[in-house]
Design a protein around this ligand. Structure first.
Ligand SMILES: C[S@@+](CC[C@H](N)C(=O)[O-])C[C@H]1O[C@@H](n2cnc3c(N)ncnc32)[C@H](O)[C@@H]1O
Length: 320
């Protein structure tokens, strides 16, 4: 553990060597504790010298911004921090280009998705079934919807849908029913209360931990609209890159990875028009090249050192 409980960055060497290809603007859309940003800044300084580059760090969590700006203080002058959602990466890139990054190409965008270990380990943020706290789960502490609003406010059908779709939880219907029954006698307001109800609804107690983590994941995705903002960020981010610039995304569950994989594939696809028509060149040329044909995953050594890397999948695309 370093700093305020941020763990080591995941796939550190792989991410930096696939992302950093020249001086320019790099946008870390998920700044967190600043681990990846620090490595990017170091690599730029070693390879190209400082002064011709800018690192822009975005996070919706003010605690993360505080921690990262402390960690990256030595790079003062080459950094810009923005509190906000990475879905606005296009606006952030434009304001960097009008300000400290004027005249520089946008060379890289990184998204290391999900919550930080700091957020999970802080009981008051309500992300973990292992730590009792308010049922919150907002990555942006000022966000409009908490997990308690969803658990106590959504109807049974909507809850079941969320658990099945975002948690891929086969017992989603059964758990939704149990929650709706329990809230007749009072609000479900803590992570502990929710964990007890979910465990009680599981017929196989030995499988309850998997169900708990899937239910908590599903609620977190809904609270933070994680899949919606990812789709926006991919579009906006790719559009903001300069030719030759790269976008790297590290995802931790299959729903996110599928969105990233499809988006990158769509950018790398050429359109040759209707079958049977012989053309010399495609009607619509590819806009990108897949830098990673298959997702990059962590080595056994990294998984041993940093268990969070176990499910990480890194994909990188380059704009043509
Ligand atoms: C996995 S951590 C990033 C860790 C970071 N790469 C490091 O090395 O320290 C994810 C961070 O992204 C932030 N985050 C997640 N989704 C976000 C979004 N849609 N907009 C802005 N920040 C987001 C979270 O608040 C969290 O601090």
């Amino acid at each position: 553990m370093e700093g305020y409980g941020y763990h080591a960055p995941v796939l550190p060497e792989e991410t930096v060597s696939l992302l950093v290809t020249g001086p320019g603007i790099y946008i870390d859309g998920t700044l967190g504790g600043g681990g990846h940003s620090q490595l990017i800044l170091r690599r730029i300084a070693d390879a190209y010298g400082s002064g011709r580059s800018l690192l822009v760090g975005i996070d919706q969590d003010s605690f993360a911004l505080e921690e990262a700006s402390r960690k990256l203080a030595e790079y003062h002058g080459s950094t810009m921090f923005v509190r906000g959602n990475f879905s606005t990466v296009g606006d952030v890139a434009r304001s960097a280009l009008k300000g400290p990054g004027a005249g520089l190409p946008v060379m890289g965008i990184l998204l290391d998705l999900g919550v930080s270990s700091f957020q999970i380990d802080t009981p008051g943020r309500g992300f973990s079934y292992l730590r009792n706290g308010p049922l919150d789960m907002r990555m942006d502490p000022d966000g409009p919807v908490t997990a308690a609003d969803i658990v106590n406010g959504y109807d049974e059908k909507s809850l079941a849908l969320i658990f099945r779709r975002y948690g891929e939880e086969p017992l989603g219907g059964r758990i939704a029913k149990a929650l709706v029954a329990a809230r007749q006698t009072g609000m479900i307001s803590t992570t502990g209360e929710l964990a007890t109800l979910v465990k009680e609804a599981c017929p196989r107690k030995d499988l309850a931990v998997k169900t708990l983590s899937r239910v908590y994941q599903a609620l977190r995705i809904e609270v933070n609209d994680e899949l919606g903002v990812l789709a926006e960020a991919l579009d906006e981010g790719f559009a903001s890159l300069s030719p030759g610039g790269r976008m790297a995304v590290i995802s931790y569950h299959s729903l996110e990875d599928r969105i990233v994989k499809r988006f990158f594939a769509s950018k790398a696809a050429e359109d040759w028009g209707p079958k049977g028509v012989a053309l010399r060149e495609p009607l619509v040329p590819a806009k990108g090249i897949l830098v990673t044909r298959k997702a990059v995953t962590a080595t056994a050594e990294e998984i041993g050192r940093n268990p969070r890397s176990r499910s990480a999948r890194l994909r990188v695309v380059q704009k043509i």
